[in-house]
Write a protein that binds this ligand. Sequence first.
Ligand SMILES: [Zn+2]
Ligand SMILES: [Zn+2]
Length: 382
Amino acid sequence: MRLNSDKYFLLTAILVFCLLMLGQISIADVYADNQAKGAETTKRNNMNDPFVRPEKVNYLVLPETWPIFYNRGPLDRSPKDKSSKLLTMGTGVPSANPYRYGPAMALIVNDYPYFIDCGEGWFRALNRSAITQKGVDLTKVFALNNLKYLFLTHLHEDHTVGLPSFILSNYKYGATTNKVIFGPPGTEDLVNCIVHGWQVDRQAGVQGPTHANPAGSSAAVGEIDPHIEFPGPIFEDNNVKVEAFRTLHAHGALRYTYAYRFTTKPDGRVIAFGGDGHYTKGLVEAAKNADVLVMEGCTWKNLKYAPWGGKTLQEKQKVIGSLHMFPKDMKRVQEDSGVKTIVMVHEQNYSPPENYKRLGLLHEMQEAGVKNIYSAIDGDLY
Ligand SMILES: [Zn+2]
Ligand SMILES: [Zn+2]
């Protein structure tokens, strides 16, 4: 079909207008925009309205924690022809950010959840996702006795501090299924400490007037042996097959860190969870031709504003670079693995408030050549 030039011009104009509008709606990219767009959100939610910025920016009130920068709600970006869904329940870093819970993901297969990492606010993150994400009936998915399987990528505090909640917050409501937790060496000690540490509370629940059933308040641990089980399948049921791969992230006693590759049985999706870390062969293997890699990301361009990692930029490059994923490394992971989509979580997106861009790290990744990458927030579906 041939279009005459008037029609062509009109169509182009409409297209450009739509793109501009989309940009307006989805990307508030300069401070003034963020203040304007964010102010609508803060006003609607009665959060610090009109916005008064903290007098001094320190570790507690970094720009990423300001309500004006949270101007979108959870989205359903999952493929419509697939029943398995990835839910990014908690997308935060160790910072005290009330808008991003600690690292916590759920892969939902046949309406059954498999949890990956367990950061701060895990139980509340279930609620926020259930209340804000309509793409899946999460009240059904998170039925009490479905809260069972958890896979820990590593034992850093920000990925595990929700464990007491995972083990103990739900039996009081009637959950009777004991938990099953997979993780690196040290997981068993950690879980035993929690179970013993909360013994007093459990006894009070059981002996007191609530007559709580202690079944469902404990956990079995599958510690993954880093010397003999790699790479290899570590778990399988009717819904998923899970393989673990060694990655490189932390040091010393925390040097055993894993990526998990889930293959969903009903619809054949492959979703890899990289945890934290930089480029490694294990990570590339875990994400080999996968549909999705859930991965952390860290700025290179604005690293000098990182509130940790040393005093000089060089120190930060060395220290933070030995632990985390810069854009150029994310590109290598994508190229070498052939993974189709990257869902970025655990963003270290630093800058002074005046230059803060909610999507700044996403754009940095794209500028470095990373394709099909999303910046996730709590409650998104992929
Ligand atoms: Zn970590
Ligand atoms: Zn972390």
